[in-house]
Design a protein around this ligand. Structure first.
Ligand code: FES
Length: 249
């Protein structure tokens, strides 16, 4: 189907959102809480766009990551109102996480020098984008979830207690756009969400490969051979290269 984005005719697929169609056409729309493999929740509101249709009575403002395309849709990504709303939303996020490099970079791109808001509390920098909970859910662990309300809303383990189902994979910390999930790795252990995990060490070089719980979980759920994580990927690659060299030689 055809839609129009900023006056340009764009081919869109039936299940596209405005954001995916725009990206495919090389039209940039800022986004923070969207990841293709995760369900969209429209948390950051930075992807606001204006949509209109010849059959409608007027335009509306929507989040591009959630809005499904339809034939004849007209999208404007840079109207004054769109830019004002994006900046206002970014201003609020920046007030929560002023140290975030990612937010600082987006602020510079959107012409926002610093947040106009002052936080009433000194809480975590979490911007509640829910990327961490969505990736945890996608992995099937559900070790963390939103808790509390209003200013007290936060991401936490069930009842703030021991995260039984956490496997220490670190995906939540890796995906966090404001780096606010504490994860401490040593040569032997990883500590995250108040729980400490032992690492599986590479049988060749001793490098930490993955936590014991993550290994067991991955082997059980991905039909991998039991010795799959016995060696780190560098050692596996090195061994493979030696093998190929012998075959070639
Ligand atoms: S990317 Fe659309 S709301 Fe965050």
């Amino acid at each position: 189907m055809k839609i129009t984005i900023d006056g340009k005719k764009v081919e869109a697929k039936r299940w596209d959102t405005v954001l995916t169609a725009a990206r495919r056409a090389g039209i940039a729309i800022p986004s923070l809480c969207q990841l293709d493999s995760l369900e969209n929740v429209g948390a950051c509101r930075l992807c606001m766009v204006e949509v209109n249709h010849p059959h409608w009575r007027g335009a509306k403002l929507v989040t591009a990551c959630e809005y499904p395309v339809e034939s004849g849709l007209e999208v404007i990504t840079t109207s004054e109102e769109v830019l004002r709303l994006r900046r206002a939303n970014l201003d609020l996020l920046l007030a929560r996480a002023p140290e975030s490099r990612r937010l600082q970079q987006m602020s510079a791109e959107m012409g926002l020098e610093q947040s106009g808001y002052v936080r009433p509390d000194k809480g975590t920098a979490c911007i509640l984008c829910m990327l961490c909970t969505r990736v945890c859910e996608k992995l099937g662990c559900n070790a963390i979830a939103p808790a509390g309300r209003g200013l007290d809303k936060r991401i936490d383990t069930p009842f703030g207690g021991y995260p039984d189902t956490c496997i220490g994979c670190g995906a939540c910390a890796a995906i966090c756009p404001v780096d606010c999930i504490e994860m401490t790795d040593t040569a032997k252990t990883r500590t995250i969400w108040g729980r400490t995990f032992e690492f599986v060490k590479c049988a060749e070089c001793g490098t930490p490969v993955i936590t014991v719980e993550y290994r067991d979980y991955a082997i059980a759920h991905r039909s991998l051979p039991a010795d799959y994580y016995n060696e780190c990927s560098d050692c596996k690659r090195r061994k493979l290269a030696v093998k190929f060299a012998k075959v070639g030689g």
